[in-house]
Design a protein around this ligand. Sequence first.
Ligand SMILES: *Cc1c(COP(=O)(O)O)cnc(C)c1O
Length: 484
Amino acid sequence: MTRYVSTRGGVAPVDFETAVLQGFAPDGGLYVPATIPRISPEQLHLWSRLEFVDLAFEIISQFIDPAVMAADDLHRLLAGSFRQFEHPDIIPVVPLKSRPDTYIMELFHGPTLSFKDVAMGFLVNTVDYFLDRNNDWISLVVATTGDTGPAAAHAALGKKHIQCWVLFPQGMISDEQARQMTTLKADNVHAVGVTGCTDGGDDLDRVLARMFADDDLKQRLKLSSVNSINWCRVMVQAVHYFYSYFRVVEQIGEKVAFAVPTGAFGNLFGGYLARSLGLPVEAFILANNQNAALHRTLSTGRFTRAEVKPSLSSAIDIGVPYNFWRYLYFACGGNSAQIRQWMADLQQKGVVELDAETAGAIRQGFLSASVSDQETLDTMARVYQSPDGYVMDPHTAVALTAAEKCTGRLAAGTKVICLATAHAAKFPDTVKKALAPQGRLPGQAQHNTIENAKNLSQNMHIWDLPELASALPQAMQSAALYKP
Ligand SMILES: *Cc1c(COP(=O)(O)O)cnc(C)c1O
């Protein structure tokens, strides 16, 4: 029976439903499975022939009791979650001609063209499934400075038990991203542009934190979030590591490397989970941009909070990589007293000094690099001008550049799979800067959904930051139509 425990050790083990609906554990920790099963090489052989949804079903079945979600329901929810992906392979893997043994794993063929679609669809479908069974509803609130809001809004479209609110700092996200939220036509999805956010997303986070801390409000409006710490998201993010592995190896057992552009360590924790399940991984290449909290931690054994400087790869501009706590929990042998101490250290002193043993453990099978904006632009231009002619988004370029910096430390001939986390059409300004300062944007950097959204009418609330704390709950109250 799969049970979940908190990294802080302060709650009795819970089932999958509770872990998903709660997000954070009540003690402020993150839910992790009490045990991770080990998949045999024979089993991997069988899995290697499966299509994406069937493979996802096998992997995710390892973590959900049939008593909590029947196998048929799980399969149906998974199929529904990936139906809107526009590529027949769902997550295709493309070999590069210009670099030997290098592949691009395209995670951006979902409805909002970023990696966030990979797990958000299944998470929201799963939440709606449990709410339906419990005759309940929620107000799903997401503050976004990039890809999470659009993914959540699309995933929530038309869901009977979910009123979804996506908030963004007006004028501080790209027009392309804003329109992915404001041009949706559904009664249960509400876009909110907030003016006067001098601190960007942090201003919104502060207002939401106060709302979530108000127990009365929280219960009356059934406030809930779907942030990147939700166990369901990291679990789904293990699947693409298996799927792409099976596409590139000659035989099961061959070791490959994955280069992953990371900010919050969510996607990378999915990779770590895949390796723990038995996927043969030579190394993960952790790719930071100039905000290199994780690269520094791996290099020095010191985990510090740092000021975030905006970069061209904005989705990974993150100061405190929250999912890293899950990795530290396993690296220190599941010692929750130690995790509590370290979390207090980070809070109070702004720095965690890892002991030598843990500092060594987190380096096992991990390489890392930090990539500047200039290097990002150079890589985008070089790959476009190479025989590949491939247009990549800035996050993908961070991964490929980090892979290039780390190849010398891999066994010769190791295949490297770079994770492409966004479609180039989401970052037209950066693509233009890198590839065509004077000319036209290449066709590959355009996408019909982005182009179509330019002609649709926008539908949104616009509130000034000081009025948000009263206007939002009021609007939520009047939208709270569903009374079980
Ligand atoms: C969210 C995101 C990432 C990083 O996600 P992590 O959870 O930090 O791994 C990378 N690239 C893009 C485009 C994203 O939207």
